[in-house]
Design a protein around this ligand. Structure first.
Ligand SMILES: NC(=O)c1ccc[n+]([C@@H]2O[C@H](COP(=O)([O-])OP(=O)(O)OC[C@H]3O[C@@H](n4cnc5c(N)ncnc54)[C@H](O)[C@@H]3O)[C@@H](O)[C@H]2O)c1
Ligand SMILES: [Zn+2]
Length: 362
Protein backbone atom coordinates (compact mmCIF):
# COMPACT_ATOMS: atom_id res chain seq x y z
CA UNK A 1 0.00 0.00 0.00
CA UNK A 2 1.15 3.51 -0.82
CA UNK A 3 2.20 5.59 2.18
CA UNK A 4 3.69 9.06 2.29
CA UNK A 5 5.69 9.49 5.49
CA UNK A 6 6.84 12.97 6.48
CA UNK A 7 10.22 13.46 8.10
CA UNK A 8 10.13 16.59 10.26
CA UNK A 9 13.45 18.35 10.54
CA UNK A 10 14.62 21.68 11.89
CA UNK A 11 15.16 23.13 8.48
CA UNK A 12 13.20 21.59 5.65
CA UNK A 13 11.40 18.28 6.10
CA UNK A 14 10.82 15.80 3.33
CA UNK A 15 8.68 12.82 2.37
CA UNK A 16 9.44 9.13 2.21
CA UNK A 17 7.19 7.44 -0.34
CA UNK A 18 6.78 3.77 0.49
CA UNK A 19 5.08 1.24 -1.76
CA UNK A 20 4.99 3.50 -4.83
CA UNK A 21 5.63 2.15 -8.35
CA UNK A 22 8.88 3.20 -10.02
CA UNK A 23 7.03 4.07 -13.21
CA UNK A 24 5.33 7.02 -11.46
CA UNK A 25 8.44 8.60 -10.00
CA UNK A 26 8.63 11.22 -12.77
CA UNK A 27 5.44 12.83 -11.48
CA UNK A 28 7.36 14.19 -8.52
CA UNK A 29 9.98 15.92 -10.65
CA UNK A 30 8.63 19.44 -10.79
CA UNK A 31 10.61 22.61 -11.52
CA UNK A 32 12.35 22.45 -8.17
CA UNK A 33 14.51 19.56 -9.33
CA UNK A 34 16.13 21.49 -12.20
CA UNK A 35 16.45 20.33 -15.77
CA UNK A 36 19.14 17.66 -15.42
CA UNK A 37 18.85 14.52 -13.35
CA UNK A 38 22.00 12.45 -12.87
CA UNK A 39 20.93 8.85 -12.24
CA UNK A 40 23.60 6.95 -10.31
CA UNK A 41 23.23 3.17 -10.18
CA UNK A 42 25.29 -0.01 -10.26
CA UNK A 43 25.46 -2.45 -13.13
CA UNK A 44 23.37 -5.08 -11.36
CA UNK A 45 20.51 -2.76 -10.50
CA UNK A 46 20.44 -0.49 -13.55
CA UNK A 47 19.64 -3.26 -16.09
CA UNK A 48 16.70 -4.28 -13.89
CA UNK A 49 15.15 -0.95 -12.97
CA UNK A 50 17.04 1.78 -14.80
CA UNK A 51 14.83 2.03 -17.85
CA UNK A 52 11.52 2.45 -16.06
CA UNK A 53 12.96 5.18 -13.84
CA UNK A 54 14.65 6.92 -16.74
CA UNK A 55 11.59 6.83 -18.99
CA UNK A 56 9.42 8.24 -16.24
CA UNK A 57 11.79 11.15 -15.60
CA UNK A 58 12.18 11.88 -19.31
CA UNK A 59 8.43 11.91 -19.65
CA UNK A 60 8.41 14.61 -16.98
CA UNK A 61 10.49 16.73 -19.36
CA UNK A 62 13.89 16.27 -17.78
CA UNK A 63 17.25 15.33 -19.23
CA UNK A 64 18.82 12.18 -17.76
CA UNK A 65 22.56 11.65 -17.30
CA UNK A 66 23.40 8.03 -16.49
CA UNK A 67 26.35 7.05 -14.34
CA UNK A 68 26.66 3.29 -13.83
CA UNK A 69 29.36 1.89 -11.55
CA UNK A 70 30.27 -1.70 -10.65
CA UNK A 71 28.48 -3.07 -7.58
CA UNK A 72 30.16 -3.36 -4.20
CA UNK A 73 31.59 -1.53 -1.24
CA UNK A 74 34.76 -0.59 -3.13
CA UNK A 75 32.76 2.02 -5.00
CA UNK A 76 32.42 4.00 -1.82
CA UNK A 77 35.68 5.77 -2.45
CA UNK A 78 36.91 9.30 -3.04
CA UNK A 79 37.98 8.14 -6.51
CA UNK A 80 34.41 7.21 -7.47
CA UNK A 81 33.09 10.38 -5.91
CA UNK A 82 35.57 12.35 -8.01
CA UNK A 83 34.43 10.61 -11.21
CA UNK A 84 30.81 11.45 -10.50
CA UNK A 85 31.70 15.06 -9.69
CA UNK A 86 33.46 15.21 -13.05
CA UNK A 87 30.31 13.93 -14.78
CA UNK A 88 28.30 16.65 -13.06
CA UNK A 89 30.70 19.32 -14.26
CA UNK A 90 31.13 17.94 -17.80
CA UNK A 91 27.38 17.96 -18.22
CA UNK A 92 27.15 21.52 -16.92
CA UNK A 93 24.85 20.57 -14.09
CA UNK A 94 23.99 23.54 -11.93
CA UNK A 95 22.74 24.20 -8.43
CA UNK A 96 19.09 23.49 -9.27
CA UNK A 97 19.79 20.05 -10.71
CA UNK A 98 19.48 16.67 -9.02
CA UNK A 99 21.33 13.45 -8.28
CA UNK A 100 19.08 10.40 -8.03
CA UNK A 101 20.52 7.19 -6.59
CA UNK A 102 19.00 3.90 -7.71
CA UNK A 103 20.45 0.99 -5.74
CA UNK A 104 21.50 -0.22 -2.31
CA UNK A 105 23.28 1.57 0.50
CA UNK A 106 26.56 1.80 -1.38
CA UNK A 107 24.91 3.84 -4.11
CA UNK A 108 22.91 6.11 -1.79
CA UNK A 109 25.93 6.76 0.48
CA UNK A 110 28.10 7.60 -2.52
CA UNK A 111 25.55 9.61 -4.53
CA UNK A 112 24.26 11.43 -1.47
CA UNK A 113 27.79 12.45 -0.59
CA UNK A 114 28.45 13.83 -4.08
CA UNK A 115 25.10 15.66 -4.04
CA UNK A 116 26.14 17.26 -0.74
CA UNK A 117 29.40 18.68 -2.07
CA UNK A 118 28.85 19.48 -5.76
CA UNK A 119 28.39 23.26 -5.88
CA UNK A 120 27.97 23.14 -2.08
CA UNK A 121 24.92 20.96 -2.40
CA UNK A 122 22.36 20.05 -5.05
CA UNK A 123 19.09 18.10 -4.81
CA UNK A 124 19.38 14.50 -3.77
CA UNK A 125 16.70 11.87 -4.36
CA UNK A 126 17.17 8.32 -3.06
CA UNK A 127 15.50 5.28 -4.59
CA UNK A 128 16.69 2.40 -2.39
CA UNK A 129 16.39 -1.07 -3.91
CA UNK A 130 17.76 -3.31 -1.13
CA UNK A 131 15.87 -4.08 2.04
CA UNK A 132 18.79 -2.75 4.06
CA UNK A 133 18.78 0.56 2.21
CA UNK A 134 14.99 0.88 2.47
CA UNK A 135 14.92 0.43 6.25
CA UNK A 136 18.29 1.91 7.12
CA UNK A 137 20.87 3.38 4.74
CA UNK A 138 18.58 5.68 2.75
CA UNK A 139 16.86 7.02 5.88
CA UNK A 140 18.57 9.43 8.20
CA UNK A 141 20.76 11.69 6.11
CA UNK A 142 24.18 10.15 6.64
CA UNK A 143 26.22 10.00 3.45
CA UNK A 144 29.84 9.20 2.83
CA UNK A 145 32.68 7.17 1.43
CA UNK A 146 35.47 5.02 2.88
CA UNK A 147 39.18 5.66 3.20
CA UNK A 148 41.79 2.89 3.08
CA UNK A 149 41.98 3.33 6.88
CA UNK A 150 38.37 2.60 7.59
CA UNK A 151 34.72 2.81 6.65
CA UNK A 152 32.70 6.00 6.30
CA UNK A 153 35.58 8.24 7.33
CA UNK A 154 34.61 11.01 4.91
CA UNK A 155 31.06 12.20 4.65
CA UNK A 156 28.32 14.60 5.54
CA UNK A 157 24.88 14.83 7.02
CA UNK A 158 22.74 15.63 4.00
CA UNK A 159 19.02 15.10 3.79
CA UNK A 160 17.38 14.01 0.55
CA UNK A 161 14.58 15.97 -1.13
CA UNK A 162 12.58 12.76 -1.06
CA UNK A 163 13.03 9.01 -0.75
CA UNK A 164 11.01 6.74 -3.02
CA UNK A 165 10.67 3.00 -2.63
CA UNK A 166 8.95 0.40 -4.73
CA UNK A 167 8.65 -2.87 -2.80
CA UNK A 168 8.59 -4.91 -5.99
CA UNK A 169 12.31 -4.18 -6.50
CA UNK A 170 12.94 -6.58 -3.61
CA UNK A 171 11.73 -9.51 -5.72
CA UNK A 172 15.13 -9.73 -7.42
CA UNK A 173 17.21 -9.29 -4.28
CA UNK A 174 19.49 -12.26 -3.46
CA UNK A 175 18.56 -14.14 -0.29
CA UNK A 176 21.73 -13.18 1.55
CA UNK A 177 21.01 -9.47 0.94
CA UNK A 178 17.42 -9.96 2.07
CA UNK A 179 18.65 -11.37 5.37
CA UNK A 180 20.85 -8.35 6.01
CA UNK A 181 17.74 -6.20 5.92
CA UNK A 182 15.78 -8.63 8.10
CA UNK A 183 18.50 -8.42 10.76
CA UNK A 184 18.14 -4.63 10.92
CA UNK A 185 14.35 -4.95 11.11
CA UNK A 186 14.61 -7.37 14.04
CA UNK A 187 16.90 -4.77 15.62
CA UNK A 188 14.10 -2.17 15.39
CA UNK A 189 11.79 -4.72 16.99
CA UNK A 190 14.09 -5.28 19.93
CA UNK A 191 14.88 -1.61 20.55
CA UNK A 192 11.45 -0.13 19.99
CA UNK A 193 8.66 -2.29 18.66
CA UNK A 194 7.01 -5.30 20.24
CA UNK A 195 4.74 -5.35 17.19
CA UNK A 196 7.65 -6.05 14.85
CA UNK A 197 9.19 -8.52 17.26
CA UNK A 198 5.98 -10.49 17.77
CA UNK A 199 5.37 -10.65 14.06
CA UNK A 200 8.75 -12.36 13.64
CA UNK A 201 7.97 -14.59 16.59
CA UNK A 202 4.64 -15.69 15.16
CA UNK A 203 5.71 -16.11 11.54
CA UNK A 204 7.11 -19.33 10.15
CA UNK A 205 10.52 -19.62 8.52
CA UNK A 206 10.40 -18.32 4.97
CA UNK A 207 7.05 -16.59 5.34
CA UNK A 208 8.20 -13.28 6.75
CA UNK A 209 8.47 -11.78 3.26
CA UNK A 210 4.68 -11.60 3.08
CA UNK A 211 4.82 -8.96 5.78
CA UNK A 212 7.53 -6.79 4.23
CA UNK A 213 5.35 -3.76 3.46
CA UNK A 214 4.29 -3.51 7.11
CA UNK A 215 7.80 -4.21 8.40
CA UNK A 216 9.44 -1.65 6.12
CA UNK A 217 6.93 1.06 6.99
CA UNK A 218 7.25 0.42 10.70
CA UNK A 219 11.07 0.40 10.49
CA UNK A 220 11.10 3.64 8.50
CA UNK A 221 8.90 5.26 11.14
CA UNK A 222 11.19 4.12 13.96
CA UNK A 223 14.37 5.30 12.28
CA UNK A 224 12.88 8.62 11.21
CA UNK A 225 11.57 9.16 14.76
CA UNK A 226 15.07 8.76 16.16
CA UNK A 227 16.59 10.96 13.45
CA UNK A 228 14.04 13.72 14.01
CA UNK A 229 15.11 13.97 17.62
CA UNK A 230 18.83 13.88 16.92
CA UNK A 231 19.43 14.80 13.30
CA UNK A 232 23.18 15.30 13.49
CA UNK A 233 23.92 12.67 16.13
CA UNK A 234 24.79 15.26 18.76
CA UNK A 235 22.51 14.27 21.62
CA UNK A 236 23.35 10.59 21.89
CA UNK A 237 19.77 9.64 21.02
CA UNK A 238 20.76 7.91 17.82
CA UNK A 239 22.82 5.58 19.95
CA UNK A 240 20.00 3.07 20.35
CA UNK A 241 20.33 2.27 16.65
CA UNK A 242 23.70 0.72 17.53
CA UNK A 243 22.13 -2.23 19.32
CA UNK A 244 23.89 -5.38 18.09
CA UNK A 245 26.46 -3.25 16.30
CA UNK A 246 29.16 -2.92 18.98
CA UNK A 247 29.90 -6.63 19.06
CA UNK A 248 28.75 -6.82 15.44
CA UNK A 249 31.43 -4.43 14.19
CA UNK A 250 34.15 -6.21 16.16
CA UNK A 251 33.14 -9.48 14.52
CA UNK A 252 32.86 -7.81 11.13
CA UNK A 253 36.36 -6.39 11.13
CA UNK A 254 38.06 -9.32 12.82
CA UNK A 255 36.60 -11.74 10.28
CA UNK A 256 37.78 -9.46 7.47
CA UNK A 257 34.64 -9.57 5.33
CA UNK A 258 34.01 -13.30 5.46
CA UNK A 259 30.62 -12.45 6.90
CA UNK A 260 28.17 -9.82 5.79
CA UNK A 261 27.29 -6.83 7.96
CA UNK A 262 23.86 -8.33 8.61
CA UNK A 263 25.30 -11.66 9.68
CA UNK A 264 27.63 -9.92 12.14
CA UNK A 265 24.82 -7.73 13.48
CA UNK A 266 22.61 -10.81 14.03
CA UNK A 267 25.34 -12.43 16.04
CA UNK A 268 26.02 -9.13 17.77
CA UNK A 269 22.37 -8.91 18.83
CA UNK A 270 22.48 -12.46 20.23
CA UNK A 271 25.68 -11.66 22.14
CA UNK A 272 24.51 -8.31 23.46
CA UNK A 273 21.22 -9.82 24.61
CA UNK A 274 23.16 -12.57 26.37
CA UNK A 275 25.23 -9.90 28.15
CA UNK A 276 22.00 -8.07 29.06
CA UNK A 277 20.62 -11.21 30.69
CA UNK A 278 23.82 -12.07 32.51
CA UNK A 279 24.29 -8.63 34.04
CA UNK A 280 20.71 -8.77 35.26
CA UNK A 281 19.18 -6.25 32.88
CA UNK A 282 16.69 -8.63 31.27
CA UNK A 283 15.31 -12.10 31.94
CA UNK A 284 16.69 -15.32 30.53
CA UNK A 285 13.46 -15.68 28.60
CA UNK A 286 14.17 -12.49 26.66
CA UNK A 287 17.56 -13.87 25.63
CA UNK A 288 16.15 -17.27 24.64
CA UNK A 289 13.37 -15.63 22.62
CA UNK A 290 15.77 -13.33 20.75
CA UNK A 291 18.03 -16.25 19.96
CA UNK A 292 15.12 -18.40 18.79
CA UNK A 293 13.83 -15.70 16.50
CA UNK A 294 17.21 -15.29 14.84
CA UNK A 295 17.38 -19.03 14.38
CA UNK A 296 13.81 -19.30 13.11
CA UNK A 297 14.48 -16.79 10.35
CA UNK A 298 17.76 -18.24 9.23
CA UNK A 299 19.99 -15.59 10.76
CA UNK A 300 23.25 -16.01 12.68
CA UNK A 301 22.79 -16.59 16.41
CA UNK A 302 25.59 -18.90 17.42
CA UNK A 303 29.10 -17.81 18.37
CA UNK A 304 30.34 -21.39 18.18
CA UNK A 305 29.75 -21.23 14.42
CA UNK A 306 32.34 -18.51 13.85
CA UNK A 307 35.30 -19.69 15.92
CA UNK A 308 35.74 -16.62 18.09
CA UNK A 309 39.33 -15.74 18.75
CA UNK A 310 41.05 -13.08 20.76
CA UNK A 311 41.28 -10.85 17.72
CA UNK A 312 37.61 -10.09 18.02
CA UNK A 313 37.99 -8.88 21.58
CA UNK A 314 40.97 -6.78 20.57
CA UNK A 315 38.90 -5.09 17.90
CA UNK A 316 36.36 -4.09 20.52
CA UNK A 317 39.01 -1.71 21.80
CA UNK A 318 38.83 0.31 18.62
CA UNK A 319 35.17 1.05 19.04
CA UNK A 320 34.36 4.73 19.46
CA UNK A 321 32.45 3.85 22.59
CA UNK A 322 35.38 2.45 24.55
CA UNK A 323 37.01 4.39 27.39
CA UNK A 324 39.73 2.88 29.60
CA UNK A 325 38.64 -0.71 29.23
CA UNK A 326 34.96 0.18 29.59
CA UNK A 327 32.66 -0.41 26.67
CA UNK A 328 29.39 1.40 26.23
CA UNK A 329 26.69 -0.91 24.94
CA UNK A 330 23.05 -0.50 24.14
CA UNK A 331 21.53 -3.38 26.07
CA UNK A 332 18.08 -4.89 26.37
CA UNK A 333 15.76 -4.41 29.36
CA UNK A 334 12.80 -5.99 27.68
CA UNK A 335 11.58 -6.37 24.11
CA UNK A 336 11.04 -2.82 22.87
CA UNK A 337 13.14 -1.25 25.62
CA UNK A 338 16.88 -0.70 25.66
CA UNK A 339 19.34 1.21 27.79
CA UNK A 340 22.89 2.44 27.44
CA UNK A 341 25.17 0.53 29.83
CA UNK A 342 28.91 0.46 30.46
CA UNK A 343 30.50 -3.00 30.69
CA UNK A 344 34.16 -3.79 31.40
CA UNK A 345 35.95 -5.21 28.41
CA UNK A 346 37.18 -8.19 30.42
CA UNK A 347 33.60 -8.95 31.48
CA UNK A 348 32.50 -8.93 27.86
CA UNK A 349 35.18 -11.45 27.05
CA UNK A 350 34.24 -13.63 29.99
CA UNK A 351 30.53 -13.53 29.18
CA UNK A 352 30.91 -14.32 25.49
CA UNK A 353 33.06 -17.29 26.42
CA UNK A 354 30.30 -18.42 28.77
CA UNK A 355 27.77 -17.92 26.03
CA UNK A 356 29.74 -20.24 23.78
CA UNK A 357 29.83 -22.82 26.54
CA UNK A 358 26.10 -22.41 27.05
CA UNK A 359 25.58 -22.99 23.29
CA UNK A 360 27.60 -26.17 23.44
CA UNK A 361 25.71 -27.45 26.46
CA UNK A 362 22.52 -27.00 24.50
N1 LIG B 1 24.01 6.03 5.53
C1 LIG B 1 23.59 5.21 6.46
O1 LIG B 1 22.96 5.61 7.43
C2 LIG B 1 23.86 3.76 6.33
C3 LIG B 1 23.23 2.84 7.17
C4 LIG B 1 23.47 1.48 6.98
C5 LIG B 1 24.34 1.06 5.97
N2 LIG B 1 24.94 1.98 5.17
C6 LIG B 1 25.87 1.56 4.09
O2 LIG B 1 25.11 0.82 3.15
C7 LIG B 1 26.00 -0.07 2.47
C8 LIG B 1 25.35 -1.42 2.39
O3 LIG B 1 24.14 -1.30 1.70
P1 LIG B 1 23.48 -2.52 0.90
O4 LIG B 1 23.45 -3.71 1.78
O5 LIG B 1 22.22 -2.02 0.32
O6 LIG B 1 24.61 -2.84 -0.17
P2 LIG B 1 24.81 -2.65 -1.74
O7 LIG B 1 24.43 -1.30 -2.18
O8 LIG B 1 26.20 -3.09 -1.99
O9 LIG B 1 23.81 -3.72 -2.39
C9 LIG B 1 24.00 -5.07 -2.17
C10 LIG B 1 24.01 -5.87 -3.48
O10 LIG B 1 22.69 -6.01 -3.95
C11 LIG B 1 22.59 -5.61 -5.32
N3 LIG B 1 21.22 -5.10 -5.50
C12 LIG B 1 20.73 -3.94 -5.02
N4 LIG B 1 19.42 -3.87 -5.25
C13 LIG B 1 19.07 -5.01 -5.90
C14 LIG B 1 17.84 -5.52 -6.40
N5 LIG B 1 16.70 -4.86 -6.20
N6 LIG B 1 17.85 -6.71 -7.03
C15 LIG B 1 19.02 -7.40 -7.16
N7 LIG B 1 20.20 -6.98 -6.70
C16 LIG B 1 20.22 -5.79 -6.07
C17 LIG B 1 23.69 -4.63 -5.50
O11 LIG B 1 24.09 -4.57 -6.85
C18 LIG B 1 24.78 -5.21 -4.61
O12 LIG B 1 25.48 -6.20 -5.30
C19 LIG B 1 27.30 -0.06 3.26
O13 LIG B 1 28.26 0.66 2.55
C20 LIG B 1 26.95 0.65 4.54
O14 LIG B 1 28.04 1.37 5.07
C21 LIG B 1 24.71 3.31 5.33
ZN1 LIG C 1 23.67 -2.07 10.50
Amino acid sequence: MKKKIKVHLREEGYFIYTGYPLKDIGRLFNKRYGRKILVLSDNKVFPLYGKVVKDSIIEAGKEVIEVIVPPGERQKSLGSAFNILKKCAENNMNRDDTILTLGGGVISDLGGFVASIYMRGINFVAVPTTLLAQVDAAIGGKTGVNLPFGKNLVGSFYQPSFVYMDYSTLSTLPEREMKQGLAEIIKYGIIKSKKIFNLFKNTKTGEIKKHLPFLIEESVRIKKGVVEKDEKEKKGLREILNFGHTLGHAIEISRLSRFSHGECVSLGMAGETYISWRIGLCSEEVYRTVKNILKQHGLFYNFSSIAVDNKMFDYLKYDKKVRQGNIRFVLVKDIGRVESVVVKQEDVKKLIKEMIKDEKDG
